[in-house]
Ligand binder design. Sequence first.
Ligand SMILES: Cc1cc2nc3c(=O)[nH]c(=O)nc-3n(C[C@H](O)[C@H](O)[C@H](O)COP(=O)(O)OP(=O)(O)OC[C@H]3O[C@@H](n4cnc5c(N)ncnc54)[C@H](O)[C@@H]3O)c2cc1C
Length: 418
Amino acid sequence: MHNWAANVEYSTTDLRRPTTVDEVSDVVTSSRRVKALGSRHSFNRVADTDGTLVSLDRLDVPIELDAEAGTVRVGAGTTHAVLAAELQRHGRALPNLASLPHISVAGAVQTGTHGSGVGNPALSASVAAVEIVRADGSLEVVRRGDDAFEASVVGLGALGVVTALVLDTVPTFDVVQTVHSALPWRTALDRFDDVVGNAYSVSLFTRYTGDSVDQVWSKSRVGDPVGLDLADLGAVPAEVAVHMLPDTAADAVTPQLGVPGPWLDRLPHFRADFTPSAGEEIQSEYLVPAEHAVAAVEALRAIGHRFADVLFVSEIRTIAADDAWLSPSGGRASVAFHFTWRRLADEVLAVLPFVEEALAPFDARPHWGKVATLDRATLRERYPRLDDFAAHARAVDPDGRFRNEHLSRTVLEEAPLD
Ligand SMILES: Cc1cc2nc3c(=O)[nH]c(=O)nc-3n(C[C@H](O)[C@H](O)[C@H](O)COP(=O)(O)OP(=O)(O)OC[C@H]3O[C@@H](n4cnc5c(N)ncnc54)[C@H](O)[C@@H]3O)c2cc1C
């Protein structure tokens, strides 16, 4: 049994798919070691266990909108594609989405998954309440404002099995997506804030070699003031739909060319009706404070030749600050450097130290669901609340039922698993 990219073989074949919360409690209390499993889109061992994996994809939790509160309650294993379609039917929306809509809602927020946009925080910032089965099998509801709320949202599955989430929603909105190519790097760096702020959500695709940014994808809310025209900075507007990878058909990507459409069909890069069953890639991502964006780009351009052979493409996005203790964008407006690598595990591990060293002066925080080599000592310096999170995990899970080796190495105390 493996993850979506097939670069991680889980350490167990014991997978349970409960349909009720009582069944979730039974699975948790009857297994010495348990871990919630989402849609398996993480690239590292964060979801792994040598005990029992629990998928919430069959849990019977209807999607319920609360019109008065403007919130929606959704089962943990629901994908963003399913949730978004239901919200749209009721004239509601989420403020932002990740690039792929097939990822589970709980799995996404538990690792601090984000989209792009100077004003858009990580998806976890929309969480108003978390319903979670603890190590003793009890169901607890942790609401925004409660003591441990900011630990629980981005919880890496270390605090229990989330069964449902309550999310804030906003009125539905339409988006237009345009792509520009060949934006000269010098201009992009001189006008970085203007470029990433030219639309509601902006992504720069690059391989760091060469003199220009390969592509800029801009997603603008219909009705917002029109932003900077990248053509005025020397970029070339795409006249046909394009994929972010060269020489790749654009069938899988959401509509471009400035054609307006609902948020759920434009904010992700990939279409909901295109289901990639497996990935031929490995991903890494590092978030640095926004004020270091230009210096960090320059540091990566200086070493781009070192990883060029392993890299498909890199994506640069912006994320507003949030308050979750373990959110990679917690407490700081951030710029994220994402790397889609060829699925060559050893080669990726060999080049990551170059990337991590180049970004170290900027206190780069790795994405919890992607491949990185940083250990707990380094992460502790970069997350002021890491020890508080570990203490909270110990308090709610004293026997380490939800702990795994990956979490022990990166977040929780280093005591070996018995
Ligand atoms: C093609 C692709 C595109 C991606 N695009 C983006 C992107 O745009 N932005 C971004 O930030 N990331 C992106 N990611 C990364 C992805 O969003 C994260 O790895 C995310 O955590 C995957 O969620 P999942 O449901 O697959 O969870 P899994 O990978 O199955 O698990 C991840 C973690 O969540 C925990 N978890 C899952 N479900 C629960 C639950 N019910 N209760 C408690 N804990 C739970 C697991 O225990 C584990 O610790 C992408 C990944 C892929 C493969």
